[in-house]
Design a protein around this ligand. Structure first.
Ligand SMILES: Cc1cc2nc3c(=O)[nH]c(=O)nc-3n(C[C@H](O)[C@H](O)[C@H](O)COP(=O)(O)OP(=O)(O)OC[C@H]3O[C@@H](n4cnc5c(N)ncnc54)[C@H](O)[C@@H]3O)c2cc1C
Length: 395
């Protein structure tokens, strides 16, 4: 039976940062990821913009918010894509990235750490505490660790351990899932007028019954790679019946996303000159799930904590992204901080005293539904992951 100091479950932004941080603090660490590549939603769901990396006060230009791994990864991504500055979008800075580049960077960074082992195509199936150690079943193998970090996005470990350790919002409030795809071979620049033309074409096609309703909310963003455009569609996914933990519902969502993608790609090739010679769409490995289950920690971060820029004595990371509520497929509703100052995220949101030597970070940390609308973004996930990895190594 293999034994580690720390096992990190889930190789998204939070898990990557947690594994790097734990191993750099001297812990023999195993990072497991159920898909073939690291990066989580930022690679497998084709999410292509890092939010939450920069200070919310944009009046002084872009300033990195959290030290350490978030800056390291942000700077490496900028170097890889040739960007010298992040993009100012209204009142926030964002950093565009190429999903495949993130997956490659994640692997490269992990391979440089002598104490870190990565297993992809490795799914966490069961967890139990045995005396002083954690026993995890990964695929068919049992592995032990002194400390564990849950960065599965879905609080998979809490769901194994007990119903009093996690919660989820009701189906009608859950942030809507989305399907993101890429199209290459697009000519010209994706300026505001092209976006408007495409939006108008899509509206007409939906009204005429040529395209499914999901195409209505499709939004276009250019990639750092020339000629590539990302298209994101928020999906209603069954309204109040949506359940991201139900495989049948997720399968139906994937199918709707794939069908609508193919139809939009064909339609744009026929109807808009910029897409006339575009290639077949690049599909994500899976649809994008914005919200599922979260841990209940020793503190539940609230919207009031975030909006009032509350600071904590035991804070381990900073949140700088506004509340980006996506309860309907009609696009986001933003609620900005009362003053442009970051909010603290306390260590108590990354642990539960009833479950010693177990930590959680990223999208499944301990926050209420509204606060999650801020802290779920990838820049903040890097920061909470980094903190959880350090806490696990020290435990
Ligand atoms: C459509 C969409 C658009 C978004 N847009 C943005 C944006 O523009 N900017 C931004 O910053 N954020 C955005 N987000 C939010 C952001 O992508 C996620 O909240 C963030 O990636 C969460 O990071 P994470 O590491 O907590 O989880 P994830 O990135 O979801 O990673 C969790 C990983 O755990 C793995 N895993 C799960 N269960 C197991 C298991 N049992 N065994 C092994 N591995 C497991 C998963 O395969 C996954 O790779 C968006 C999200 C969506 C869905």
């Amino acid at each position: 039976m293999s034994a580690y100091d720390v096992i990190v479950a889930g190789g998204g932004s939070a898990g990557l940062a947690a594994a790097l941080s734990a191993s750099r603090h001297g812990a023999r660490t195993l990072l497991i990821e159920r898909h073939a590549q690291l990066g989580g939603a930022g690679s497998n769901a084709l999410v292509h913009t890092f939010c939450g990396l920069f200070h919310p006060n944009v009046s002084q230009g872009p300033r990195w918010l959290n030290p350490g791994i978030p800056i390291e990864i942000g700077q490496r991504l900028m170097k890889m894509s040739g960007q010298t500055e992040p993009d100012l979008m209204g009142r926030v800075y964002v950093l565009r990235h190429e999903p495949a580049a993130l997956a490659q960077l994640a692997l490269d960074l992990c391979q440089q750490e002598p104490l870190l082992t990565v297993q992809t195509n490795a799914s966490l199936a069961a967890v139990q505490r045995q005396d002083d150690a954690w026993q995890l079943t990964i695929n068919d193998e049992t592995v032990t660790a002194r400390a564990v970090v849950d960065t599965t996005g879905d609080a998979a470990i809490a769901r194994c351990l007990g119903s009093d350790l996690w919660r989820t919002a009701s189906g009608d409030r859950l942030y809507r899932p989305a399907y993101v795809f890429a199209i290459r071979g697009v000519t010209g620049t994706l300026d505001a007028s092209t976006r408007l033309q495409v939006a108008a074409l899509l509206v007409r096609a939906v009204k005429a019954g040529t395209l499914a309703k999901a195409a209505l909310g499709a939004s276009l963003r250019s990639s750092p790679q020339a000629g590539e455009v990302f298209i994101s569609m928020d999906l209603e996914a069954g309204g109040a019946d949506w359940d991201p933990l139900d495989p049948a519902k997720v399968t139906a969502l994937e199918q709707e996303g794939k069908d609508t993608t193919q139809a939009i790609a064909r339609f744009l090739r026929d109807q808009h000159p910029a897409f006339a010679t575009s290639e077949d769409p690049i599909l994500p490995v899976h649809a994008g799930i914005r919200e599922s289950a979260r841990w209940l920690g020793d503190h539940i971060l609230t919207a009031a904590d975030i909006l009032s820029s509350r600071r904590f004595g035991d804070e381990v990371a900073l949140a700088g992204w506004p509340l980006e509520m996506r309860e309907t497929a009609r696009g986001p509703k933003f609620r900005y901080f009362d003053q442009p100052e970051p909010a603290g995220i306390p260590a108590r949101c990354l642990r539960n005293a009833a479950v010693p030597r177990l930590f959680f970070a990223g999208r499944c940390l301990s926050a209420d539904h509204e606060a999650l609308a801020s802290v779920r973004v990838m820049g903040t996930c890097l920061a909470t992951g980094q903190a959880a990895g350090r806490m696990a190594a020290k435990a």
